[in-house]
Write a protein that binds this ligand. Structure first.
Ligand SMILES: [Zn+2]
Length: 488
């Protein structure tokens, strides 16, 4: 759990308009109407990169992985239409599946997307696609178009537009669906086409572009299943794709054109083994600094607390809160860090929930921590129970409610025990908290995803997570001798 930083891109338009005019597009050689010179583009890229670094930490547990991703990126960039730009490739510490590019050559991949890739060629495809957004100046064109229409959206070199975190969402400023669906579709296809060309020129099979889009499409299909279980809207990965890449003739066509750039005599090895070697030991899911979910408990090393949500409830760790949902979807709990203690927990509770009757609050201690227990009715008429807890000079609210008074009565006992379970970590717990990691094993004759799922810490959907991790979703099985990624 991290307090979401509010990111705002105020665009200094005043001076910008003076530089409005046509610039030659590095890819097409045509003159595009654009408000931005190359110097402006660089400046804008640097500025937004500084904002990105506030929202996303660099993933620095594996310095060799940063180096590796940078090497592959630089190799592709040299074969691109803008080889002289100063490119920056960064692996960010996020479990989300995403990659994005900023104007001027700042390219980011999350460790979340790396986990689901299965070869160096697929990594190169992701990087090639993002490089293409830069070389074709998509974000600059989008920027110009949006500026002209007076809609402030800047960051559109996005591989996966829909991000989980709130900070990241405001970062993407995806206010404008019109841009993404109309304008965006042709840019995505162009990025796939150019990315495939850069792959071919760098000695990779350009078809890796199709495979990587398949990886994203499978994430989307899987998330539709998980969203159903969790009673929420599915995420949309690369929301522009209606069809699976295997059936997308337009995509097949543009990627197919890249064949002409294949270097004569190229071996086109996808370098799967090397990629798996480089990502071995990489964190998977939430990292220790973001708070970790194990079964029904949530533990936060830095903030030094643990709590147990009701058994069977689904827990989601978001940048600004932790949310748990009952299996039937009729009960919800939410933990938020609301700031520093002021006066007593009861005072804070009174303020926060606008309580009128003091009978609604009980001040007590729980696990040695001062807590105000609140039982009341929210403004929408629904009953809720909450604890305002002071711990280590911070104030937390843990609240639970239901869709109906009946459901609330049913859930009240487990909501109350969850609130009472909030406590500081023991020394032993402090020491043992760590993120899950990607490991590799060699499949033998009897290895199956169902079998691996039984001992996996990935929970209810482990079998499908393992298939996704190994590029065998939705119904592949390991073959004997295959190197498999698992999570430990
Ligand atoms: Zn894209």
């Amino acid at each position: 759990m991290r307090t979401a930083s509010t990111l705002r891109f105020t665009l200094a338009l005043g001076g910008m308009l003076l530089f409005a005019g046509c610039a030659v597009n590095p890819v097409t050689g045509n003159r595009n109407f654009t408000l931005m010179s190359e110097a402006d583009e660089m400046r804008k890229g640097r500025q937004v990169a500084a904002e990105v670094s506030k929202a996303y930490a660099v993933y620095d547990d594996l310095p060799v992985l940063q180096k590796y991703v940078n090497e592959i990126g630089q190799k592709l960039a040299k074969k691109s239409h803008r080889p002289k730009l100063d490119y920056h490739f960064t692996v960010v510490d996020s479990p989300q599946v995403n990659a994005f590019a900023l104007p001027g050559g700042y390219i980011y991949v999350t460790r979340g997307i790396l986990a689901y890739l299965n070869s160096e060629a697929e990594l190169a495809a992701v990087l090639g696609h993002e490089i293409a957004h830069v070389t074709a100046r998509h974000s600059v064109q989008q920027y110009s178009a949006s500026t002209a229409a007076n809609i402030g959206t800047l960051l559109l070199g996005v591989f996966v537009p829909q991000l989980g975190g709130q900070a990241a969402q405001s970062l993407m400023g995806l206010a404008n669906n019109a841009l993404l669906s109309g304008y965006g579709r042709s840019h995505e296809l162009e990025a796939d086409r150019l990315g495939a060309e850069y792959l071919a020129r760098s000695g990779y099979d350009p078809q890796a572009m199709i495979r990587v889009i398949g990886v994203l499409k499978n994430q989307e299909l899987f998330d539709i299943e998980v969203a159903k279980q969790e009673g929420r809207e599915p995420r949309r990965y690369h929301g522009i794709f209606a069809t699976h890449p295997d059936n997308d003739t337009r995509l097949q066509e543009v990627v197919g054109e890249a064949k002409q750039y294949i270097v004569p005599g190229a071996i086109m090895d996808d370098r799967r083994a090397e990629f798996l070697r480089q990502t071995e030991g990489m964190a998977f899911g939430d990292s220790a600094v973001q708070g970790i979910i194990r079964g029904n408990t949530f533990q936060h090393k830095e903030l030094d607390f643990t709590l147990s949500f009701p058994p069977g409830w689904r827990i989601r760790n978001q940048p600004d809160k932790v949310v748990a949902l009952s299996p039937e979807g009729d009960g919800m709990m939410q933990l938020s860090l609301i700031g520093n203690p002021e006066n007593s927990p009861a005072d804070l509770a009174r303020q926060r929930f606008r309580l009128e009757f003091s009978s609604e609050i009980v001040s007590t201690t729980s696990n040695g921590l001062p807590i105000a227990m609140v039982t009341s009715t929210a403004q929408d008429g629904k009953p809720f129970k909450a604890g305002v807890i002071y711990h280590d000079n911070k104030a937390y609210v843990l609240a639970g409610g239901s869709t109906s008074p009946d459901a609330f009565d049913r859930h009240l006992p487990v909501i109350t025990s969850a609130i009472n379970s909030f406590r500081p970590l023991t020394d032993a717990e402090q020491k043992s908290i760590r993120a899950l990691e990607i490991r590799t094993i060699t499949a033998t004759k009897g290895t199956s995803y169902a079998g691996l799922a039984r001992t996996s810490p990935l929970g209810q959907n482990a079998e499908n997570y393992l298939r996704l991790l190994n590029g065998q979703y939705p119904n592949g099985e390991p073959v004997s001798g295959q190197i498999l990624k698992i999570v430990k």
